[in-house]
Write a protein that binds this ligand. Structure first.
Ligand code: SAM
Length: 276
C-alpha cells in the first residue's frame, strides 16, 4: 500500500470513529510510523509501506480511535515554536498557555529569575527560561512529570532546576517572576470532559477541587513569600475562575491586577504585581 492510500484509508477510519481532523491526524500518525518529516508525504506519495510501517500505523490508528490523544502517540507537542516531549504523565501543553508566556514577556521582559509552579512537561518554564535568558526553578508533585520536564530542558538547553514538592513548599529563594498553570477544572466538570482529556490526561493535572480555584488561594500566599517586591505572578485560569482568583489576590498586597482573554474570547490569564 502507498502512503497516499494509507492516509486516505486512515482518514476514513478516523472519520468513521468521530475523530476530529481525521486527514491531518492520519498524516501525522503515518509520518510517525515512517519516522519522516511532513514534507515527505508531499514529495513521496507513492512510498510503499513496509510490513513494520503498516503494523505501526495500524496500531497508532487503533489507539487514536480508542481516544488516546495524538500527542501521546507521537510523544511530541509544539509549544511557542519549540518541540516538547510529552508522555501520559504530563498535560499536553495547550496553545492557550502561550498567552501566559506572552504576558510574562510583556510585563517582565528583564526578569532574570523565575519560578513555575506545577510545571508538567516544562513547556512554560523552558520557554520562558530561553526567551528571557533567565535562571529558572520549576516544581511539580509528580516525579514522572518532572522526568519529562527535565528531559525537555536538557534537550532545549534551558537552565532550569526541578524540585518535587507541593506547590512551592520546597522553595526558599526569591524570584522576579512566578508563573503557574495549576489544575483548575472543578471536580463536578471532570466526568463531562472529552474522553481524550478525562481518560488519558493525568487527573493530578486537571482536578482543581470543588470550585477549581482553591489551589490559587494556596499559591498566592506562597508567591508573597517568594517574589521580590515589584515581581509578577501570572496565572492561567479556567473560564469560570476569574472571581475566585481575584479574591485570592485581594487578600494580599497586589496591584495592577489584569485579566487577559484568549483568542476565543475566554478569560485565560490573570496577573498581579507584588507590592508590599
Ligand atoms: C494543568 S497542568 C500544567 C502543566 C504545564 N505547566 C502546562 O502549562 O502545560 C498542572 C500541573 O500541576 C501539577 N500539580 C498538581 N497539583 C500540584 C501540587 N499540589 N504541587 C505541585 N504540582 C502540582 C500537576 O502534576 C501538573 O503537572
Amino acid at each position: 500500500m502507498t502512503a497516499k492510500t494509507a492516509v486516505q484509508q486512515g482518514s476514513d477510519l478516523l472519520a468513521g470513529a468521530g475523530i476530529s481532523e481525521p486527514r491531518l491526524t492520519a498524516e501525522v500518525l503515518l509520518l510517525h510510523a515512517l519516522h519522516k518529516e511532513r514534507i515527505y508525504l508531499f514529495s513521496h506519495p507513492e512510498h510503499e509501506l513496509s510490513t513494520v510501517e503498516w503494523i505501526h500505523y495500524g496500531r497508532y490508528l487503533h489507539e487514536r480511535m480508542q481516544g488516546k490523544p495524538t500527542q501521546y502517540i507521537t510523544r511530541l507537542q509544539e509549544f511557542y515554536g519549540r518541540p516538547f516531549r510529552v508522555s501520559p504523565a504530563v498535560l499536553v501543553p495547550r496553545p492557550e498557555t502561550e498567552h501566559t508566556v506572552e504576558q510574562a514577556l510583556q510585563v517582565a521582559p528583564r526578569a532574570k529569575t523565575l519560578l513555575d509552579i506545577g510545571t508538567g512537561s516544562g513547556a512554560l518554564v523552558v520557554t520562558l527560561a530561553l526567551e528571557l535568558k533567565a535562571r529558572a526553578v520549576a516544581t511539580d508533585l509528580s516525579f514522572d512529570a518532572l522526568q519529562v520536564a527535565r528531559g525537555n530542558a536538557a534537550e532545549l538547553a534551558a537552565r532550569v532546576d526541578f524540585v518535587q514538592c507541593d506547590l512551592a513548599a520546597g522553595i526558599q529563594t526569591r524570584f522576579d517572576l512566578i508563573v503557574s498553570n495549576p489544575p483548575y477544572i472543578p471536580d463536578a466538570e471532570i466526568p463531562g470532559l472529552q474522553t481524550e482529556v478525562r481518560d488519558f490526561e493525568p487527573h493530578l493535572a486537571l482536578a482543581g477541587g470543588a470550585l477549581g480555584t482553591e489551589i490559587y488561594h494556596r499559591i498566592v500566599p506562597q508567591a508573597e513569600r517568594l517574589l521580590k517586591p515589584g515581581g509578577w505572578l501570572i496565572f492561567e485560569i479556567g473560564y469560570q475562575g476569574e472571581a475566585g482568583v481575584r479574591e485570592a489576590f485581594a487578600k494580599g498586597p497586589w496591584q495592577d491586577i489584569t485579566l487577559i482573554h484568549d483568542l476565543a474570547g475566554l478569560p485565560r490569564v490573570l496577573r498581579g504585581r507584588y507590592t508590599p
